[in-house]
Design a protein around this ligand. Structure first.
Ligand code: 4GS
Length: 222
């Protein structure tokens, strides 16, 4: 079973997300084990301090290396684990990276905060991952994005109805448009081909729609 250990100063942010929907089901089915660790439990002073002022001056605070070192060491134990730091300066996450992570046995995800993390923790970090070119208030949502993305690639997690097959990116293209009942809604009809029952035509139409969409919205994927 894949184990995901998350190190954070906001453990409460994870509970609702990992207790709902497909992530909850995957945990119930023992496809994944998620453990959330409070970084403050690894501090050594009575104020449970995790950050300090930057050497060289400048705004904001920097996460101290000691609590993170101790947390990773304790959580890792004698297992082999891939240690990931969520930070805006990391390599941008994509479907390929998600699939590679889903093949691992143990992931430890550190949620960055404040202005940044003391660079010396790179000694124990295997890779830095960003979820996109924008700045968030912390690495918690990014860690949940990685967790969610990875879990749906574990064999047996998705049912047939949720299959990965036709999803965006799986074939290097965006998804085709979807329709459900009614066949006419506020005067807007469903494309005729989808009601034809001709599966060859439907497949061809969907492929053409995927291509057109990708060309328009994400030409970089082609
Ligand atoms: C991201 C991101 C991020 C950067 C954390 C500023 C607080 C913040 N982390 N992908 N300090 N984008 N982190 O914005 O992962």
């Amino acid at each position: 079973m894949l184990t995901i250990d998350i190190i954070t100063i906001f453990p409460g942010m994870f509970t609702p997300v990992i207790s709902a929907s497909i992530i909850k089901r995957a945990r119930d089915k023992k496809k994944v084990k998620i453990r959330v660790h409070d970084l403050r439990d690894y501090t050594k002073d009575k104020h449970r301090k995790v950050d300090d002022r930057p050497f060289g001056g400048g705004p904001g605070m920097v996460m101290m290396p000691q609590p993170i070192f101790d947390a990773v060491k304790k959580i890792k134990g004698r297992r082999r684990a891939r240690v990931i730091l969520m930070c805006a300066g990391g390599r941008c996450l994509d479907n390929r990276k998600i699939k590679a992570l889903a093949k691992r046995q143990n992931l430890i995800i550190i949620c960055g905060h404040y202005e940044g993390v003391d660079e010396r923790i790179m000694k124990i970090v295997d890779e830095r991952i960003s979820i996109g070119d924008y700045v968030l208030t912390g690495g918690e949502l990014p860690a949940l994005v990685v967790t969610d993305g990875v879990i749906r690639h574990i064999p047996g997690v998705l049912g047939k109805a949720e299959s990965l097959e036709d999803e965006s990116f799986e074939h290097g293209l965006l998804e085709y448009p979807h329709y459900t009942r009614p066949a006419k809604f506020k005067g807007m009809p469903v494309p005729k081909v989808l009601l034809s029952g001709n599966h060859k035509d439907i497949t061809a139409w969907r492929r053409q729609q995927s291509l057109a969409r990708t060309r328009k919205v994400r030409p970089d994927l082609l």
